[in-house]
Design a protein around this ligand. Structure first.
Ligand SMILES: N[C@@H](CCC(=O)N[C@@H](CS)C(=O)NCC(=O)O)C(=O)O
Length: 207
């Protein structure tokens, strides 16, 4: 295995799910080598050789090809245990960490992506109608559950905050959550140097 600080990152843009990995890579001090695809290139033979599911992002790190953005974030964070970015099995807040990860990656992320893309005319309009009610209800619950300061778990920034921020950025951009309702949680994330360097919040932050 090659011990390299370079991460090859295949994605469409800064706004897609590659953003979670890009932000984390900056937190970890990894050098990101960008491979930008045009929409449609995910079905090319060259790309399918990396990711047979024809989805982005795909990462290559230390000679290993990694797919699935959330799994990759957790794996990278766990590979640098001293950073505190992962919560390990014996830590008391482990369940809270796993729950936040699942809530965002499983219950919110795909629905929010489809809701937004349907609104932009990129996916069928029915998806917006299909997800709208449940998303509005759940986003109200979520806005009340989020901490008004600090991080999601363990009084420290973890990969759960990155996964959360991806959904929250979509929810705010889609008008499902008011920015002011969750600014106490989001603003410290937006101020992180690695978040800025990765332009994670560019679509949200007009400055
Ligand atoms: N669970 C996957 C989802 C990947 C995914 O659906 N990516 C979208 C872009 S963010 C994509 O590749 N869309 C193009 C397509 O489905 O053809 C992950 O987190 O990596």
């Amino acid at each position: 295995m090659t011990q390299s600080s370079t991460l090859d990152l295949y994605g469409f843009s800064i706004n897609d799910r590659s953003g979670k990995v890009r932000w984390l890579a900056h937190e970890l001090g990894l050098e990101v080598v960008e491979h930008r695809l045009e929409f449609g290139d995910q079905r090319s033979d060259d790309y399918l050789a990396l990711n047979p599911y024809a989805s982005i992002p795909t990462m290559i790190w230390r000679g290993e090809t990694l797919t699935e953005s959330t799994a990759t974030c957790i794996y990278l964070a766990e590979s640098f245990p001293d950073t505190g970015l992962a919560v390990f099995a014996k830590e008391s807040c482990r369940y809270a960490y796993l729950r936040w990860l699942s809530l965002f990656a499983e219950s919110f992320e795909m629905r929010l992506v489809e809701y937004m893309l349907a609104g932009a005319g990129i996916m069928p309009a029915e998806l917006r109608a299909m997800h709208g009610d449940a998303l509005k209800y759940r986003c109200d619950v979520l806005a009340k559950e989020l901490p008004t300061s600090g991080y999601l778990v363990a009084d420290r920034f973890t990969v759960a905050d990155i996964v959360a921020a991806y959904s929250l950025r979509l929810a705010v951009g889609g008008g499902l959550i008011e920015f002011d309702a969750i600014s106490g949680y989001l603003e410290p994330l937006m101020a992180r140097p690695a978040a800025k360097a990765s332009e994670f919040f560019a679509s949200l932050d007009p400055s």
